[in-house]
Design a protein around this ligand. Structure first.
Ligand SMILES: O=P(O)(O)OC[C@H]1O[C@H](OP(=O)(O)OP(=O)(O)O)[C@H](O)[C@@H]1O
Ligand SMILES: NC(=O)CC[C@H](N)C(=O)O
Ligand SMILES: [Mg+2]
Length: 506
């Protein structure tokens, strides 16, 4: 997952607003950050590995000038971890296009071959997003050949359509196009989120923004208009007019893991409240807990992401909800830190048990998901050390059994603790006295209740069904060293502990 954000203002420079908006999306990517602005004549860009607050400083407001701009926070799922693969990416023809991308392209190699061999382009990185940008550039150039250059918006929309017909995978994209404006589009299944918002700029007309999650709008005074439709493109021209275009027919199939963990609970994605979905996940889990007949003294969430689920499960079962684990707010998300050893240490650095809540009690820990199992395994040990009598665990989502190919850097199959194991074997591996998993049907119900018009969700990491169709070769390649998570592991082995500065030279 990555976070993307674009702002087109009628009245003022947008760097500071993009900075603030990116902070609201920081949870979507912590490896690299980038911003580009356009002042009607030149683009100004800055990108590097690191968090938004570390990459940018106040003096950037003096150089990143322009009333239109966009930003990216990166959590790599393809290519390398090098700072050169931080986004945005740029091609200088046609027009001059900058691109930011959230998602993952699954036919990158085939498309790379086309843009390099057939269109004689040179690609500078191994990033899938750079390939996507170059496919778009080729297709816009093809449209110019056919239509001439009198109507750039028509050419851009035609280019998006042809791109969507060629590129497979998940992509929510924002582009800045020199002399034209800001263009956004969402893949034909709408796998990753993207929405558009408006702010009145009084006599000058309206300001517009695009963002992965609508939490990035309020901070800058924007009101969400709507989610982009799957297969749709929207362009905001330099005079502040909004142009809409259904490039290809779409079928909304948003990634269900956004509601489990990726998105912030205060976001509304495709009309579905993340927070309310998590509460409903607590309701269905509560039923399983009640049916088990186990004697449970306390329900304890793994902070922060499991809190809404645990609160609701506690309310329904009548079992007291307790904050038995204290989170150190100065340690980052461990799921996205490289290296097995590093991750395991981090869990302990990040969470600590309150002995009072465990001593002599039967506790049920609830986490949003169990992926490799590192987090919950460590927590179970901690609870036992803190004196728990029985430690039961529950995952608010079903067993993660398959790699995600749409923009979440799930580990290889072999690393997933649920891969090829029965529930009882997983329980044993995790060292718990009982293990509950959400049923997939219940999870789908929880999300769908928020917007019954959504017919289906991408649940591929739970059920192995890839809606876009995925080549066996591509899936095989994920199991070898080309996987980003694997590269991070390798780095850990070779380079010792990870830090952003090392990546910058990578
Ligand atoms: O089974 P694992 O491979 O350990 O991964 C699962 C954990 O990863 C995430 O938490 P993480 O600690 O990354 O971040 P959080 O603090 O945002 O919950 C998620 O919330 C689970 O707790
Ligand atoms: N998680 C994402 O959306 C990543 C975008 C892109 N695939 C990259 O690796 O940079
Ligand atoms: Mg967690």
């Amino acid at each position: 997952m990555c976070g993307i954000l674009g702002i087109a203002s009628r009245t003022h420079d947008v760097f500071a607003e993009i900075y603030d908006g990116l902070l609201m999306l920081q949870h979507r990517g912590q490896d690299a950050s980038g911003i580009v602005t356009y002042n009607g004549e030149f683009f100004r860009e800055k990108k590097a590995n690191g968090l938004v607050k570390d990459v940018f400083n106040a003096s950037d407001a003096e150089t990143l000038l322009g009333k239109i701009g966009m930003g990216h926070v990166r959590y790599p799922t393809a290519g390398s971890l090098s700072a050169t693969e931080a986004q945005p990416f740029f091609v200088n023809a046609p027009y001059g296009i900058y691109l930011v991308h959230n998602g993952n392209i699954t036919n990158t190699e085939e498309q790379r071959e086309k843009v390099t061999a057939k269109y004689s382009r040179h690609l500078r990185t191994t990033s899938d997003s750079e390939v996507l940008l170059n496919v778009l550039a080729d297709k816009v150039a093809d449209a110019i050949k056919v239509n001439g250059n009198a109507d750039p918006i028509r050419n851009l929309f035609a280019g998006v359509k042809m791109t969507m017909e060629r590129v497979q995978g998940a992509y929510s994209v924002i582009c800045l196009v020199a002399g034209v404006g800001m263009l956004a589009f969402r893949d034909p299944y709408g796998i990753r989120p993207l929405s558009v918002a408006k702010r009145e700029a009084h006599v000058e007309g309206d300001d517009f923004a695009f963002a992965s999650e609508d939490v990035a709008f309020g901070i800058n005074g924007f009101d969400k208009l709507r989610d982009l439709r799957p297969g749709e493109a929207i362009l905001i021209d330099l005079d502040g007019n909004m142009h809409e275009f259904q490039a290809v027919e779409g079928k909304l199939t948003p990634c269900i893991f956004e509601y489990v963990y990726l998105a912030r609970p205060d976001s509304l994605l495709d009309g579905v409240s993340v927070y309310k979905t998590q509460m409903r996940m607590g309701q269905t889990l509560a039923k399983q807990i009640q049916d088990s007949g186990l004697e449970i003294d306390r329900i304890i969430p793994v902070p922060d992401s499991a809190r809404p689920v645990a609160l609701e499960a506690a309310k329904i079962t009548g079992i007291p909800y307790r904050e038995g684990l204290v989170k150190n707010r100065y340690v980052g998300r461990t799921f996205i830190m490289p290296g097995q050893a590093e991750r395991q240490k981090s869990v302990r650095r990040k969470l600590n048990a309150v002995p009072l809540e465990f001593d002599g009690h039967n506790v049920l820990l609830i986490d949003d998901s169990i992926v490799r199992g590192n987090t919950i395994k460590k927590i179970v040990q901690m609870c036992r050390e803190a004196g728990a009598k029985k430690v039961y665990i529950a995952s608010a989502s079903p067993p993660v059994k398959y790699p995600n190919v749409y923009g979440i850097d799930m580990p290889t199959k072999a690393e997933l603790v649920a891969n090829g194991k029965e529930i009882e074997e997983i329980r044993e591996e995790l060292g718990a006295d009982a293990l509950f998993y959400q049923n997939l049907d219940d999870l789908i119900w929880a999300a769908k209740e928020g917007n019954p018009e959504i017919e289906s969700f991408d649940c591929s990491c739970f059920d192995g069904n890839y809606i876009t169709g995925v080549d066996e070769d591509y899936l095989d390649s994920l199991e070898n060293s080309s996987r980003v998570s694997k590269k991070r592991e390798d780095m850990q082995v070779v380079g010792g502990s990870w830090n952003a500065a090392k990546l910058a030279s990578g």
